[in-house]
Write a protein that binds this ligand. Sequence first.
Ligand code: HEM
Ligand code: SF4
Length: 559
Amino acid sequence: MSAPKLSAVEGLKAASHGLRGTLAEELAAGGIQVSEDAYQLLKFHGSYEQFDRDTATDRKQHGLEKEYQFMLRVRMPGGRLTAAQYLALDALADDRANRTIRITTRQGIQFHGILKGDLKPAIADINRTLLTTMSACGDVVRNIMCSPTPTRDARHARLWEDAQALSEHLKPKSRAYYEIFLDEPPNPAADEEETLYGPTYLPRKFKIGITHEADNTIDVLTNDLGIIAKFEGDTLLGYTIAVGGGLGMTHNNARTYPRLATPVAFVDPGELFGIVDAVIALQRDHGDRTNRRRARLKYVVDDQGLPWIRDTLATYFGKPLTEPPPLKLQVPDLLGWHEQGDGLLWLGVPVAAGRIRDEGDMRLRSALRIIARRFTPGLTLTPQQDVLLTDIAPADRAAVEAVLRDHGVTLAGAISPMAQYALSCPALPTCGLALTEAERMHPEIVGGLDALLARHGLADRRLSVRITGCPNGCARTYAGDIGIVGRMPGFYAVFVGGDFEGTRLNFKLLEKVAHADVIRLFDPLFAAWAAQGQGEGFGDFCHRLGRDRLLGLQAAEAA
Ligand code: HEM
Ligand code: SF4
């Protein structure tokens, strides 16, 4: 039998001369689009070519070309920015993008609506702020997530240092990015050998998150590689290593599914790079390069089984693996005012669906710009798509809050915990894969659920609601109490039964719910949770009852 054919992207990577391809020429060539090959390579440098889906059909009917535009993703481990960096990104939103800044679910920032001619200058602008878009997308290690909790102690400092060090360590060696986007001359003396990735990089995207048990805001187990540090007081004892998380799936393809990472080892503090390299090398050599839908590490874990994974990982690591201790993950509340532990304060500001913009009376973008200029706080973006303004002097507390209030910004105390934790992916009109709306119906879903929760006396309960426009799960839809997933235009699949702490996947309750019925279906479920819940979270309640009994509640309501 002949070996299965490698996917087309594998050939492209191999022939790309270190991710260069024809990108430089195509970017210089004018026009509004790039070729298919350049589209694929561009991802490695942090950009997706997209088009405005709102105008595409009408333009086609009038014989006009689609309005091509580019999404650009900034890589920033742990979502940390200085005020100066934030201000530069804020200016870029006006100069080169669609006047909005989007906080992503992986603590990054995305710009939308960049025209082809602005792409290279935008990337140069970002690099001038000492940030980068390199490896923000593509078949490499993406932005590394890290506990966003701004408590200034040795534990959080260590996590942040680790995230930064890993991010540096795992950057591709290719100089392509610097040559193509920053006009640096080729350097024949530079060592560009991809010693870890190899010439064809990884079979697919690879996600890493690092945190400790007290902060699972990052949903650490949804990463290909989840790292959970264990401390005794301020002393780092080591890291639990969990492998094979990943959420993307395809409707009607049972061979694709979401999976949470499995803890497989505990390593000493000095062994972090060694085990990370070992996990990446295992996926590099054993990940499926023939079928991109099954190319993630999670499928290697399931196809080969955990004993094989442990043995093989030990071989790459060069020593036997130590059994990891049990995990107890928690999710802290980060919004509102908190003491950092160094005499300064942080303020967590909720950002609905992660979109920072000025709209009507709610002028969040202006407010953040003024605060960044006047008070120079640090900024930390959270995996809940919110922003934490850090290092604020207690004497400035009232003034900072006044700026936000004067700009109509909703503060955490004014919205329910459900609204604070709700996530949405961008979906329409930018994402080419979106089947339905997500971000643009965020206010409607959150408002509707809020009203229902209030009606059942549940307004103060924490639960996680996550909405995506397709099954890829960019807003971690399968790891929340409730997942609402675009199924086909106008219809959503509804998932329930995950847990707030991010330790259990949810399950599909209904396959195809019309947009108009999405809120209504939660009425009997919330009523039952209020009446029969045993103090447990909504997802725990749904998990305990199971799909059939939950469907029975639906049927009883309909009768
Ligand atoms: C496996 C299939 C997936 C594909 C093909 C995919 C593709 C995409 C595309 C095209 C976008 C750009 C949308 C836009 O900004 O207009 C996007 C956004 C994003 N994706 Fe995915 N994605 C996948 C799964 C995931 C998963 C499982 C996660 C993490 C849990 C994730 C995290 C993100 C993030 C953080 C963004 C930025 C948007 C935001 O949340 O603000 N993606 N993805
Ligand atoms: S979940 Fe689907 S629709 Fe939403 S951003 Fe990801 S790929 Fe696009």
